[in-house]
Design a protein around this ligand. Sequence first.
Ligand code: SF4
Length: 343
Amino acid sequence: MTTTVPTAAPKLTKKDFESDQDPRWCPGCGDYAILNVVQKVMPDLGVPRENIVFISGIGCSSRFPYYMKTYGFHTIHGRAPTFATGLKLARPELRVFMVTGDGDGFSIGANHLLHVLRRNVDIKVLLFNNRIYGLTKGQFSPCSESGKVTKSSPQGSLDRPIVPIAVALAAEATFVARTVDRNLPHFEATLRKAAAHKGGAFVEILQNCPIFNDMAHGHLYDAKTKLEAELILENGKPFVFGPVDNKKVLRLKGFRPEVVPMSEVKNPDELWKHDESDAISAAILSRLAWPDYPVPLGVFYDVDRPCYEETVVAQEAEVQAKKGKGDLKKLLNAGETWDIKAK
Ligand code: SF4
């Protein structure tokens, strides 16, 4: 008699996560780099493809689910958080990623985004921030800078831009990070950290739209400015940045950060150090903007808190243990009900 010994499922590769759809993004779009890194990281999660779901709203970034060989749902404008929440409540064991853009996530979807973050639903939110509406051909978005001249703001936008990291922190997200499409190792490391976080993770990805807002993050791409503009956050370390021969550091003067040359630092032990569990420190970092300050990249904030779906399931079990299983029909007919009779 022959016996069959069960073998472990073969490890998936990046190729296993590439769908048969050709991406419909413009040549040079930052979305290609993002897709490439996401597909690369997926096999290392050790999760079968059928347990991974990508949910998006509307916009260039939201075409993402078509290009992932996982389950996916291209939903309606701004509503990806609601679909993702529903899915996690019904199937908490699934790994859910949500893809949105600065237009989708912070205009029509801003309300939903706030609530999915404050509830700590265990989904990973990837916000592609190109500071413009790309799909609808270049109108100013909630993240466009004041004075932005576009077809919908020919005299320059009068709006103040939203700072996504500051909003995510204010919404009580338990993991908040920022990365950039052209720094692939940094993006990959940040994505891995977000994927490993138990709870809602918010990752802002600064992304280039070469057609409608080219080089909106150019200071982080240009070799001449990159080292001055990029502040890589490292937990437990001081905020050092700049070229090797001109290192600078951020230190706190009261609650206000100031940039000083490293050479002026007398006692490095007294420097302000990054603490990913400190919400106040994260809030200060979220306000730093180029060119007054370097742009912080990395994990701003990372804390543990029970996930929404776990608390909902636990509450349901507790109530059922006390009161027994519910009866939907009885509930619907409880209280004041009326029979409408035909004359
Ligand atoms: Fe990418 Fe911009 Fe083209 Fe959209 S419009 S696909 S964001 S380059």
